[in-house]
Every structure is written in C-alpha cells, then in structure tokens.
Design a protein around this ligand. Sequence first.
Ligand SMILES: Nc1ncnc2c1ncn2[C@@H]1O[C@H](COP(=O)(O)OP(=O)(O)OP(=O)(O)O)[C@@H](O)[C@H]1O
Ligand SMILES: O=C(O)c1ccc[n+]([C@@H]2O[C@H](COP(=O)([O-])O)[C@@H](O)[C@H]2O)c1
Length: 205
Amino acid sequence: MLKEEVDQRYLRMPHAERGMVVGLFGGSFNPPHEGHALVAEIAIRRLGLDQLWWMVTPGNPLKSRNHLAPLAERIALSEQILHNPRIKVTAFEQTLGMSYTANTLAHVKARNRHVHFIWIMGADSLNTFHRWQKWQEIAQTFPIAVIDRPGSTLSYLSAKMAKTFHYARVDEDDARVLWKKRAPAWTFIHGPRSTLSSTALRAAQ
Ligand SMILES: Nc1ncnc2c1ncn2[C@@H]1O[C@H](COP(=O)(O)OP(=O)(O)OP(=O)(O)O)[C@@H](O)[C@H]1O
Ligand SMILES: O=C(O)c1ccc[n+]([C@@H]2O[C@H](COP(=O)([O-])O)[C@@H](O)[C@H]2O)c1
C-alpha cells in the first residue's frame, strides 16, 4: 500500500544553481508512464537542460479530480520509473494554494532570478493551451518546448497558441539555445514517440 502523506522533501521547491537551464515539466501523472519519461529524456538532451523538474500537480485546473490518485502515490510511481539524476520529482505546487501554472511560474521565477527556465509540454497540451489561465502571459514570459506526441503531430499547427505566436517559433535545430531567447519563443521537437497515455492505463487497470 502506498502512503497517503506527501514527504516534506517533495513540498520544497528544488534547488537550482545560478545560471542553470531548468526544464519545468508539469503533469497529472495519473499514473506516470514511459511516454512521460521519454518526454523528459528528449527535453534534457535536445534543450541541454541541467535539471528537469517533474512537477506532479495537485490537480489540473481543467480536469475533474474524480479519478485522480493521491499525490503521494503519483510521486512514488514517478520515482519508480525515473532513473536520471537530473530529473527532480517535486510537488511544491501543493503549497502554493492554487495550481494555475501562471501562478506557479511566477513563484518559481521570483525565487530563482538567475536561473533560466523552459516550460515543457506534450503536443496535445499545446492544442488546449489557450484555455489555461493567463496563457499569453506565460508564453510572453517563458520559452516553451513542445514535444511531439502521436495524434498531435500535425494538429498542433492549428492550435491557437501556435497561430498567435507563429512569429516566435524557433527551429528545433536551435533547441539547445532556446533558453537564451527572449520570450515569446517556442519550439516543436520531433523525435522518438510513445503512444502511451494515462487514460489508457487507467482503463486497463
Ligand atoms: N505519450 C506522450 N507523448 C508526449 N507527451 C506526452 C505523452 N503523454 C503525456 N504527455 C505530456 O505529458 C504531460 C503530462 O501529461 P498527463 O499526465 O496528462 O498524461 P496523459 O497520458 O496525457 O494523461 P491523460 O490521458 O489522463 O490525459 C502533458 O504535457 C502531456 O502533453
Ligand atoms: O494553469 C492552467 O490554467 C492549466 C490548465 C491545464 C493544465 N495546466 C498544467 O499543465 C500541466 C499538464 O497537465 P496534465 O493534466 O495535462 O498532465 C500541469 O502542470 C497542469 O497544472 C495548467
């Protein structure tokens, strides 16, 4: 049986050194799967990340929490599938009171003025990004890396975010210097893909 209470160390924001490039990968991870781990590995390699913060959300503001496993369980399962020391599993968002990404990012930036952050998400998330709170502000403040996902490879081009910020798209060959670009700046990264999804895994349980 997995413990219900979240270990205190996951409620503290991870530490990053001045000048580091850190990827922020938020997710419900309900449950986490190898598709998520693949996104993290691709992001680390292609973006040249020093760290990737695997941020297990207390709850996606746009999703029902009816079938959401306890935070402690999603953290423990994440730790089980991850083996890269650059990846820091964290749930510090739980302590912020609200789980809107714009709010989280403002806290993260305020605490780490000299760290370079990149927001990371799968291609399906890009399609709904314009429904997130303050989505334009997020895009105008942080570089964003979108990682390909089966089913969203081409549809992302019609995403409102892709259209609104088409002028700010960075070629994926330049992904390694995305952190240096002044936002808005985003890139779409193609690479190995996984068809895994949490919904399918829950249905198979
Ligand atoms: N197979 C995958 N390939 C690429 N990106 C993925 C994949 N699975 C999830 N992601 C991305 O990982 C992040 C967290 O996703 P999430 O935890 O919602 O997983 P999911 O499999 O999409 O879950 P659900 O099926 O419950 O919506 C999101 O940015 C999502 O786009
Ligand atoms: O801030 C928002 O309005 C918002 C709306 C939808 C999703 N998010 C964030 O997007 C990340 C991915 O969520 P999910 O459920 O698709 O794994 C996670 O960190 C959520 O908190 C954020």
